[in-house]
Design a protein around this ligand. Structure first.
Ligand SMILES: Cc1cc2nc3c(=O)[nH]c(=O)nc-3n(C[C@H](O)[C@H](O)[C@H](O)COP(=O)(O)OP(=O)(O)OC[C@H]3O[C@@H](n4cnc5c(N)ncnc54)[C@H](O)[C@@H]3O)c2cc1C
Length: 385
């Protein structure tokens, strides 16, 4: 592994920071967070920068970069605006799914629009009765001569209200309790139809990610709506998990680094008892611990990304990176917020938003308990669930 930062990665980092300074300063982020919405124009601006298709090959209009670039990008987004990083990660995962499993025709139809910021896709997997135990899902799709009929309910579908379509994981074949992973398909369902009702959830964190409850009351999808192979939706998803976990880890590296920067700044500026509070050992030590842990999660995430970029199996490393980064970010925002005293609770500080947003990490997109179950199995222990 090469520890020297690559020139193009540094350029990417700088261009994201410039973009936020110019186009999306803190006051605007706060406004979008309060409005619980990211305007569509942001996605168009991202598209102009080539950021909607960082890992999409050039033949579909993307930048054709690898996961190393993707994780640097996601880290930088999360440093400023974690809700935006959440939705970008989602968009990037749906693009990955298309790349991995969609027919050539489907790729040519969807990917260029997605890369241009003209097509937003939500991803509906979780349901009221199936979150961690996702295979308990009940949403069904049935085919007829004219297409598909989708019936069921999804919970926590990010981007859903703004999306043009939702990629819905549904059961398309007769359920067999002993083989729950079989018979699921990914059905691309148009969002704007009366049979699709969306209700925004009022969440404590990641407010601008537009996370919704979605009802499909015999919603219609075209004949060619299944992405990938019918009945193999679950296995298609498994192929994208390493990338998703690495990008997720990168996101929480970004949050940890932003929290540390803010706490350091405050520790230098805030004076008490005649000197900056950063001069007190009780303030220095938690910051030193956070800096050390940040370095650990950055290394773990970079290693997993490097392995994926080099075609090496990295399921364990990707899972460990997700686990470590999300738990560290929770600790880091807690510690760093204390350094700010009362100011940490003031809504004008990015810190209070980071503190709220970071609460998502330990259970999404997969709960850390399930990550530990997975790592336990990788250590040769029996499956615990
Ligand atoms: C802001 C936000 C955005 C989201 N975006 C999306 C999205 O776009 N698309 C989507 O499909 N989903 C999305 N989700 C859903 C998210 O992925 C789920 O919340 C997550 O998978 C956990 O499911 P759950 O909330 O139903 O928790 P539950 O499954 O109810 O779990 C509750 C607790 O039980 C524990 N638990 C359950 N089973 C076990 C076990 N076997 N061993 C140990 N512990 C266990 C869990 O770890 C957790 O601590 C989003 C959620 C939020 C809050």
């Amino acid at each position: 592994m090469d520890f020297e930062a690559q020139h193009e990665h540094e350029l990417l980092r700088e261009s994201v920071r410039d973009f936020f300074d110019r186009e999306l300063p803190e006051a605007k982020i706060r406004e979008y967070d309060r409005a619980r919405r990211i305007p569509r124009s942001i996605w168009k601006q991202f598209a102009q920068q080539g950021w909607m298709g960082i890992s999409v090959p050039e033949e579909y209009g993307g930048a054709g970069s690898d996961i190393m670039a993707g994780s640097i990008f996601c880290e930088e987004l999360a440093r400023r605006f974690p809700s935006l990083a959440t939705d970008w990660l989602l968009t990037s995962m749906t693009a990955r799914l298309f790349l991995e499993v969609a027919s050539d025709e489907h790729k040519r139809e969807v990917l260029p629009k997605l890369v241009q910021g003209d097509f937003l896709m939500g991803f509906g997997m979780s349901e009221p009765g199936g979150g961690t135990d996702v295979l308990a899902l009940k949403t069904r799709a049935q085919s007829d001569a004219d297409g598909w009929t989708v019936r069921g309910q999804k919970l926590y579908t990010s981007l859903a209200d703004d999306a043009d379509a939702i990629l819905v994981l549904c059961r398309t074949e007769t359920p067999d309790e002993s083989k729950r992973a079989r018979g699921l398909s990914l059905v691309l369902t148009p969002r704007n139809q009366p049979a699709v009702t969306v209700r925004r959830l009022e969440l404590m964190g990641m407010r601008a990610a537009c996370t919704c409850e979605v009802f499909f009351d015999d919603a219609r999808a075209p004949v060619d709506a299944v992405v990938g192979e019918r009945g193999r939706g679950w296995y298609h998803l498994l192929a994208t998990l390493d990338e998703e976990r690495i990008l997720c880890a990168a996101m929480y590296v970004g949050i940890t680094s932003a929290a540390l920067d803010q706490a350091l700044q405050y520790a230098r500026d805030r004076v008490a008892f005649g000197r900056p509070i950063g001069g007190f050992q009780a303030v220095q030590h938690p910051l030193a611990d956070t800096a050390t842990e940040l370095e650990q999660i950055r290394l773990l995430t970079t290693k997993a990304a490097w392995m994926l970029a080099h075609g090496k199996p990295c399921a364990t490393e990707a899972a460990m990176a997700k686990l470590a980064a999300t738990e560290t970010a929770v600790r880091a925002t807690d510690r760093c917020m204390r350094v700010l005293g009362g100011y940490g609770l003031v809504e004008e500080t990015p810190m209070e938003r980071l503190f709220r947003d970071t609460r998502l990490g330990p259970f999404s997109p997969i709960s850390n308990e399930m990550v530990r179950n997975f790592v336990g199995e990788r250590l040769g222990l029996p499956r615990s669930y």
